[in-house]
Design a protein around this ligand. Structure first.
Ligand SMILES: NC(=O)c1ccc[n+]([C@@H]2O[C@H](COP(=O)([O-])OP(=O)(O)OC[C@H]3O[C@@H](n4cnc5c(N)ncnc54)[C@H](O)[C@@H]3O)[C@@H](O)[C@H]2O)c1
Length: 278
């Protein structure tokens, strides 16, 4: 092989490595990473080469996600903090900086849901939803800004929901929190764009996660089958989404492939928001 063709082969192999691992050398935090969408995101980010701190208030679940990542050759650490507590979020970000040298990606994803009418909702549940689904997301973003600025930029992704913009009964407080998250992404980008930090929200439709399974368990068999049939009929692909599909979107928004996308909300719902009725 000539010297020139050897250099071409090596450049091609570097390019292939960069394409396969677009987040190599990056550091990511994912909250609510012990289950569902958060676990799917943590696995996707680690698979793309990022070192990941997997947070979940249920610490053994966070550790399970870390074990999955490490077993497939990735780098990850667990964190058991509560995203609604500022000191816990500060410590979570500090863990990423101390262990891996900085922070490039924050996926503020932890969330809780209670299906109950506003009239009947207990104040304790209202506080929980607003604390985790809205304040928790804001705290994660707030504590990410300084370390991302120190790295010359970063990507913040909030998990919202189709329910922020497309109403379902029993979801008033959840919808208000999730709509707040979209507004926060749009507004925060004005404050941090100058630091090359991008902020986006994602709005999943119905994704097969333990949260969905718990909701189904609360229904009788007929109700849950009817619900699943209606969900399938209410999107254009006729099926429920997977955490791997959401993980791929987070990976895209975390990577330089989305370098000109900021302040927006990306639906991942197979056209649920395009279909007129549910
Ligand atoms: N599953 C869906 O169809 C769907 C659709 C739209 C939006 N979402 C949103 O996606 C996110 C993930 O949902 P999921 O379906 O994977 O749910 P999930 O219940 O499977 O996972 C949520 C995780 O967040 C953790 N968590 C809860 N409170 C926390 C706190 N205070 N601090 C840290 N971790 C905490 C839980 O322990 C759990 O492991 C949520 O924000 C949810 O609102 C889900």
């Amino acid at each position: 092989m000539s010297k020139e063709s050897h250099m071409n082969t090596s450049a091609a192999s570097d390019a292939a490595d960069a394409a396969a691992r677009p987040l190599a050398g990056k550091v990511a935090v994912v909250t609510g990473a012990g289950s569902g969408i958060g676990r799917g995101s943590a696995v996707a980010l680690a698979g793309a080469g990022a070192s990941v701190v997997a947070n979940d208030v249920n610490a053994p679940w966070a550790q399970e996600t870390v074990d999955l990542i490490v077993a497939s050759g990735g780098a990850a650490l667990a964190d058991g903090g509560d995203v609604s507590n500022s000191s816990d979020v500060k410590a979570l970000v500090g863990k990423a900086v101390d262990a891996y040298g900085g922070l490039d990606v924050m996926h503020a994803n932890a969330g809780v849901e209670r299906y109950v009418s506003l009239e009947e909702m207990a104040e304790v549940d209202m506080d929980l939803l607003l604390d985790v689904d809205l304040k928790g997301v804001l705290l994660c973003a707030q504590h990410s800004i300084a370390p991302m600025r120190a790295r010359g930029g970063g990507s913040i992704v909030f998990t919202s929901s189709v329910q922020a913009t497309h109403s379902l009964p029993g979801c008033v407080v959840y919808a208000a929190a999730k709509a707040g998250v979209i507004a926060a992404a749009r507004t925060l980008t004005l404050e941090v764009g100058c630091d090359n930090i991008r902020v986006n929200a994602i709005s999943p439709g119905t994704i097969d996660t333990p949260m969905l399974r718990r909701d189904l368990d609360d229904m009788n068999v007929e109700e849950s089958e009817g619900f699943l049939d209606r969900v399938r009929a209410a999107n254009t692909l006729g099926r429920i989404g997977t955490v791997e599909e959401v993980g791929a979107l987070v990976m895209f928004l975390a990577s330089d492939a989305s370098s000109y996308i900021s302040g927006t909300n990306v639906y991942i719902d197979a056209g649920f928001t395009a279909v007129k009725t549910f």
